[in-house]
Each structure stands twice: as C-alpha cells, then as structure tokens.
Design a binder for this molecule. Structure first.
Ligand code: PA5
Length: 422
C-alpha cells in the first residue's frame, strides 16, 4: 500500500474497532457495486476507471492533443466546478513549463475585469478553447461560451470552429450545437458527475494538451482501484480514512482540514474541497472541508488551528520522499540563520511538518496522516481515485447521497429570476 492512514492521537482503539466493525458493510457495498448493472445509480461510471479511460481512448485523446499542440500557444478551459478542478489540479502541479501549451481557466466567474484582462492577454496568441459542461445551463460556462465564440470568430473567421472544442454529454443540446457548427466534440459521460470526471475526456483531454502523460495518471487510478478492491477488512486505506473521519465527526468534530507542505498540491486541495463539500454537505450533515497549504497557512490559519475552537480534525498529506531538493549555502553576511547552513529544504520542510503535526495533536486536534511515497503522476492518479472511493464509502456511512448536489440550485433560481431567464 502506498497510502497509510495513521491516527496520531490517543483514542480508544477498541471503540474505533467496534465503529469500524459496524460499518464494514458500507465498504463491502462499494466493493460489490457493479456500475453497469446498478440501476439505482447512473453516476458510477468512474468506478471501474477503464470504462471511460481505456487504452484506445487514451490514444485517441493523445492524438487529438498532439494536433492542438502543433499550433496552439494557449488552451482555455471554459468550465466550472467538476468541469475544471481536476484538470487544473494536475496541470498546475505538473505543467506550465516553457514551450508547452499554456492552460488558462475561464467560465469560473462572472467578473468583467477577469475577462477583459484575459482577452487582452490572448489577443496575440494562438488560442484553442474547450467548453466543458455536463448540463449546458450553468451560467459561468455559458457566459464563457458567449464571450469566446465571437472572440474566436473575429480571430479566425470561417475557420473558428476548429478552435472550439466542446465536451458535453451524448445526445445533449451541446452535441447538437457541435454538429451544426462543426466543433470537435468530446464526451462528458452521462454516468459520471463533474467532481468524479478526471479519468474521462473531461479531465484527460486538457491534461494531455498540457503535455502531461495521461497514461501514468490513469495507471495510478487503476493500481489504487486494485488495492482497494482487494482488501475487505478494517485496514483497507479508503475505509480506514472514511471511517476515521466519520468516527471523529460523530464525536463532535465538524471541520476537516486537509494540510500539506507542498504547494504543488494547492489546486488538488481545491478539488478535494469540492469533492467533499458537494458530496457530503447535505441534510444538515457533513464535515466542513478546508484545504490549507503549509507552511504559508501556518502564518494565518495556524493560529486558529492551535488555539481556536476545538472542532477540528486534520488530515495531513505527507510526501515521504520528495523528488526535488536544494541546499542552504553558507552566507557571507551576518544574519540569524547560520543554523540552517548545510541543511536541505526537504529536511527543513520535513522538520516543520513533524513539528506541526506534534503541535496540532498536542492541542487536541486529531491528525490522520496519509503517506505518499513520492509525488508524481502515478501517485496523483492514486490520490484522486482514493478520495473518490473514500467519499463513496463515507457518504454511505453518513447516509447521504454523495453523487448529487441539490443545494447548489437554491441561489441559481433566485439569480435566474433576477436575470429574466424564462
Ligand atoms: O461536481 C459536479 O457535478 C458539479 O460541481 C459540476 O461539475 C458543476 O456544477 C458544473 O456543472 P456543468 O458541467 O453542468 O456546468
């Protein structure tokens, strides 16, 4: 196993073992779920990984990406929530290097200042756009489409359609539009919700355009699936994580901090936040997810975590062997940092991490450590699948449907009325 949840507070092992025993059936339910025959749910297409990300599809996406890379400076992803978070998490962690296609995000907000600046920046660039929408009624991507279509038309004239990819469900209005206008079309699986869509065209196409190896990412997910399916006991890591956080929730904890000491994981934290907030925050239940990047956030949220209300638990993503390192050189000026000379940044970061875990734990914050051997594409793929699988189990334990998000509709109705939508 490459991920090892470890409880670092004093808590009753006997009590927790009994809690786990009482919920093992939720693990088994997930393990036995057959996506294609479970008629109750039409949102489990992500579970087997291969269904929407088999070798043939990966080759197809890589070929398409190569065609775009031949001329593109920039790919704009127009999509919000699950339609962009996972791709952004991978791209911001592994790409954006010189010579690669730059990925830019739109359809995420309603700010004129944002779009004006973006359009100015793109004026001299070779631009492709991917409009990603499962339900092409969401305001933000709809506005992105309305802004980028004329932008591309003005830039490329009659050839504009070749620059406008759309990713939608089969049989949808978006597909009809693509056919009518000649836009290249990619599939948003009908049986996958946005936040579970990384291993489909939704996440994989932009990631491939960014020059990232989608096969390695998908392999990670397959490896993790095999591990999680093979272990039906209390030490199944996804079950351990899901049961620990719910056990602590039951004991009064109401906020889960996801902490890590690697800024490469910043946008992964945003994906994780969405996954747990939309999957569990319903029927007056659910831990409030809060992703933080240390050590920076120790200088803001660190104060609260150490001494604020004791409603927190913390899940710490620990990278055992970071791939990069840097030594601190001796200084030729007098400062107060001579004790660092000869140490490496990785050593220093690890000391800070251990100190943080110890201090938080001592202040009454239970810490769950999730250990990753290293941070590469394969472990990223493992992590995505691990948390998706865990939130499925966790939703069952909590007795909520992790695959819907009815709460996001409330403000929309008021907003649509305000905007005169019929
Ligand atoms: O995870 C989800 O299902 C949501 O976050 C959606 O991805 C998000 O609301 C965007 O929806 P759509 O792709 O229909 O515009």
């Amino acid at each position: 196993l490459t991920i090892t949840p470890k409880m670092t507070i004093n808590f009753s092992a006997t009590d927790f073992a009994a809690y786990q025993q009482a919920h093992l059936e939720q693990l088994h339910q997930v393990q036995q779920t057959q996506p294609d025959t479970d008629l109750q749910h039409n949102d489990l297409g992500w579970l087997t990984v291969d269904k929407w990300a088999d070798a043939t599809q990966l080759t197809h996406l890589k070929n398409l990406a190569t065609q775009v890379q031949a001329t593109a400076d920039v790919l704009v992803i127009v999509g919000v929530g699950g339609s962009n978070q996972a791709a952004r998490a991978v791209i911001e962690a592994f790409a954006q290097q010189h010579g690669q296609v730059k990925i830019i995000y739109a359809g995420t907000n309603l700010s004129a200042a944002y779009y004006q600046r973006l359009l100015n920046d793109l004026a001299e660039q070779e631009v492709y756009v991917d409009v990603i929408a499962k339900n092409f009624a969401t305001l933000e991507p709809g506005i992105g489409f309305r802004i980028f279509k004329p932008f591309l038309q003005q830039k490329y004239g009659a050839n504009y359609a070749q620059h406008l990819f759309v990713t939608g469900t089969r049989g949808s209005h978006l597909e009809q539009l693509a056919q009518a206008e000649g836009y290249p079309f990619l599939t948003f699986p009908t049986d996958i919700g946005g936040r579970f869509s990384v291993f489909s065209d939704v996440g994989l196409f932009p990631i491939a355009v960014a020059g990232i190896d989608i096969t390695a990412l998908v392999q990670g997910a397959q490896t993790m699936r095999a591990q999680l399916q093979a272990n039906n006991g209390g030490n199944n890591p996804a079950f351990q994580y899901a049961s620990l956080r719910n056990y602590l929730h039951q004991q009064g904890k109401s906020v889960e901090v996801l902490g890590h000491f690697e800024p490469q994981l910043d946008f992964f934290g945003r994906w994780w936040t969405q996954l747990f907030a939309e999957s569990e925050g319903k029927r007056n239940k659910g831990l409030l997810p809060l992703a933080l990047t240390y050590s920076e956030d120790l200088h803001s949220m660190g104060q609260y975590i150490q001494q604020g209300q004791r409603q927190l638990l913390e899940t710490m993503l620990v990278i055992d062997q970071p791939r990069h390192d840097l030594s601190i050189q001796a200084s030729d000026v007098t400062d107060d940092f001579d004790y660092l000379t000869g140490q490496t940044l990785t050593q220093i970061n690890q000391v800070a991490e251990k100190a943080t875990i110890t201090a938080h734990q001592a202040s009454g914050v239970p810490v769950i450590e999730l250990h990753l051997p290293k941070l590469d594409l394969t472990t990223f793929g493992e992590l995505f699948y691990f948390f998706e699988y865990a939130v499925f189990i966790s939703g069952l334990i909590l007795e909520v449907d992790p695959f819907n998000q009815p709460g996001v509709e409330a403000y929309k109705q008021l907003m649509f009325t305000g905007l005169g939508k019929k």
